[in-house]
Write a protein that binds this ligand. Structure first.
Ligand code: SF4
Length: 330
């Protein structure tokens, strides 16, 4: 599959990633042949509705293929390191938090309520670098808080003393304290109110702008949230990448019928599309317990044709954009 954009300054390259949930009596084909590239300064959005495989793809990108999830094929390089050439213990020691970090959904709940923030930070850094002096860890934490405009008093507080938004920022500071090249944020704004969401998005944007982290992958069902932050979009449906492009191209001219549907669900993001394109598409995503031999969107697509009964090719367009739909082939 050649559905990735080729550019210089690559930080991360994920090629042809296929991952399944392998259970005793069932296999879920959660991610099929998905690729992604990141270069320094990129903030990339992976967008799709619940169950489309985006969080599973995020776990596979991290190298976290814990059973029943299993990487079936593909390769991931982060800062030149082939993460699937290492076992789980090696990844925990050399990759997670150092090359790549993940901020999961509801991560604010991951802070131990009976430990002060400074203790949580010290324990985290010591799990990676046991010999580093505590004084040095606290200095790193203070510098990072100041760099991001936060009060260093938070180090002496317990998680229960902090607001939801502050807890989320503390988790992000901990996840990025060792300056990983890539951060994967999986729906980090889900549990927050709108104004806290906006502040958190600005905070995350600053992490990349200030070069604290090189690049970010932001996973969400909410394309309106991602529209404020990302420079590229990958659109996922039923475990496949169905469209990739620059943010403005996807918003102003979505090509895949599923991307058009996503855009129409957001009030005012592009009023022209809301008026003229798809109003609603009934139906559900396909059953992923068997490999798909047709276009994954066929049962819901208003433009379906006979040739959609086979899997559509990935059609590459100008500027590295791609779309997985027969309508754009020759
Ligand atoms: Fe619709 Fe056919 Fe394109 Fe699939 S390949 S999205 S069914 S037109």
């Amino acid at each position: 599959m050649s559905d990735s954009h080729s550019r210089d300054g690559e930080i991360m390259l994920a090629e042809n990633i296929t991952g399944y949930y392998v259970m005793e009596n069932n296999i879920i084909h959660a991610v099929e042949n998905c690729s992604l590239k990141l270069r320094s300064g990129d903030i990339v959005g992976i967008v799709g509705e619940s169950g489309c495989g985006k969080s599973t793809f995020g776990k596979l990108l991290l190298g976290y293929d814990k059973p029943p999830l299993k990487l079936i094929s593909g390769k991931i390089l982060v800062d030149g390191l082939d993460i699937y050439s290492m076992n789980f213990k090696q990844r925990a020691r050399k990759v997670w938090g150092i090359k790549i970090s993940r901020i999961p959904q509801y991560s604010m709940n991951s802070l131990n309520p009976v430990l002060k923030i400074k203790t949580i930070i010290k324990d985290y850094v010591k799990s990676k670098f046991p010999r580093i002096p505590e004084r040095k860890i606290l200095e790193m934490a203070r510098n990072r808080l100041e760099e991001l405009g936060l009060n260093t008093d938070v180090l002496e507080q317990y998680p229960f003393e902090l607001s939801g938004g502050m807890k989320q920022r503390v988790v992000i500071i901990i996840s990025t304290l060792l300056n990983p090249k890539v951060v994967i944020a999986d729906e980090p704004t889900t549990a927050l109110d709108v104004s806290t969401q906006r502040r958190l998005i600005e905070f995350m944007y600053n992490l990349v702008r200030k070069n604290i982290i090189s690049s970010m992958i932001f996973i969400s069902h909410d394309i309106a949230v991602l529209n404020q932050l990302c420079n590229y979009f990958y659109i996922m449906y039923a475990g496949e990448m169905v469209e990739f492009g620059k943010r403005e191209d996807i918003i102003n001219n979505p090509l895949h019928p599923y991307t058009q549907l996503l855009i129409t669900t957001i009030p005012d993001i592009n009023p022209a599309i809301k008026r003229d394109r798809l109003k609603d598409i009934p139906g559900f995503p396909p059953d992923l317990s068997a490999p798909l031999k047709m276009c994954s969107f066929m049962t819901r697509c208003p433009y379906v044709e006979d040739r959609c009964k086979t899997k559509p090719p990935v059609i590459e367009l100008k500027g590295g954009r791609f779309v997985r739909c027969h309508l754009f082939g020759k």
